[in-house]
Ligand binder design. Sequence first.
Ligand SMILES: O=c1ccn([C@@H]2O[C@H](COP(=O)(O)O)[C@@H](O)[C@H]2O)c(=O)[nH]1
Length: 280
Amino acid sequence: MDFIDMLRAAERTNRSLLCVGLDPEPARFPGAWKGDPSRIYEFCAAIVDATQDLVIAFKPQIAYFAAYSAEAQLEKLMAHMRAVAPQVPVILDAKRGDIGSTAEQYAKEAFVRYGADAVTLSPFMGYDSVEPYLRHPGKGAILLCRTSNPGGSDLQNRRLADVDGQPRVYEHLASLAQGDWNRNGQLGLVVGATYPEEIARVRELAPTVPLLIPGVGAQGGDARATVQAGYRADANGITGLVIVNSSRAVLYASSGDDFAAAARQAALATRDELNAARGA
Ligand SMILES: O=c1ccn([C@@H]2O[C@H](COP(=O)(O)O)[C@@H](O)[C@H]2O)c(=O)[nH]1
């Protein structure tokens, strides 16, 4: 099944727009695991087991594994997610971006080594840096568009003087992802929950592209405003999906031995809040 079909199936089966982000920080692990990078797999697997029926996707952030030379634990975690939650797509948050020949290797890393269903990319180097990912049939490529951090404005909100209508950079990217760049319907966009007006603008320019929206929870984004700005459905079903990510607020809901149960409660509350905002 391809990435978009998996998203739709997980959304239906789990009645969810929530993506749980897997950003394991050993310093925040519970009890005897605290500070121990060899527990990264066990910690993340416990979170996956506790939330797999509540999510539209999982999003491991590769930096949290690479920083501890824990790539083998990430491989094991990918296999675990496939085994316990085959219905849930996995988005590898890697934010890669490089010339085509190097991008080919990064695409193999994401889709072959780790078996991810989609990967996040920086589109800064242009279409030829994105195209190698699109050669993997059915896999998703999710482009940074209007990121959740304040510094996102430094470049993404600048206007492009030589493009008709002088759109902002993020607006131009949204148009490209809806149109010329999206040759096989594999593209998605990252838009921060911290900027709901920009989510609405992206949705206007890219009505059918799935939006990965980090920034609720620890970054303070408003779940209700996020869904209202980005989610679209009509009588025939969902026309514009949102994948709303929360990482730290779920992972570290408790620092005690009840961390997995607490993560489940946090995920459940966020899922229900997102559903209430779309009237589901
Ligand atoms: O614009 C962006 C793009 C990616 N991220 C990533 O999402 C999670 C957010 O974690 P929280 O703990 O829920 O704040 C993290 O992996 C970021 O690298 C983002 O925050 N904003």
